[in-house]
Structures are given as structure tokens and as C-alpha cells.
Ligand binder design. Structure first.
Ligand code: FES
Length: 67
């Protein structure tokens, strides 16, 4: 179901922004980890840029990892 407050980031696997942010909060801090945790980016691959942008937004100071 579409939710205006929770846009779909990965169309292929129907993974939403909130699902990805929840996975980031659980410690999945890069694309491979998010791919494994959510299934996002396991289809056409086009959403990689959007997921990377979401990571930049979600992680402080533009870091790609909290570790
Ligand atoms: S849109 Fe995410 S893999 Fe195709």
C-alpha cells in the first residue's frame, strides 16, 4: 500500500523509506548491510543512489558508518 509519509525507495522489492531508516537504526550502515537486512536493491539496482542519499541523511556528519 502506498503511503505519502513513507515513500517507496526500492520499487522492485517495495521497500520504503521508513523500513530503510529502521534498518539503519538497527546498525545496518551501508548499502550491502541494508540490502541484506531489507531486500532493497536486490532487483534492478537503480535505487542504489537513493539508498546512499538516505544513508547520508540518516548518518551524522556525512559519515558512511557510525563505527
Ligand atoms: S528499485 Fe531497488 S532494486 Fe530496483
Amino acid at each position: 500500500m502506498r503511503d505519502a509519509d513513507d515513500p517507496t525507495v526500492c520499487i522492485c522489492q517495495e521497500v520504503t523509506e521508513k523500513e530503510l531508516l529502521a534498518a539503519v537504526a538497527l546498525g545496518h550502515h551501508d548499502l550491502p548491510a541494508l540490502r541484506e537486512a531489507t531486500g532493497a536493491n536486490t532487483g534492478c539496482g537503480d535505487c542504489a543512489v537513493d539508498i546512499e542519499e538516505l544513508l547520508e541523511f540518516a548518518l551524522p556528519d556525512g559519515r558512511t558508518s557510525l563505527r
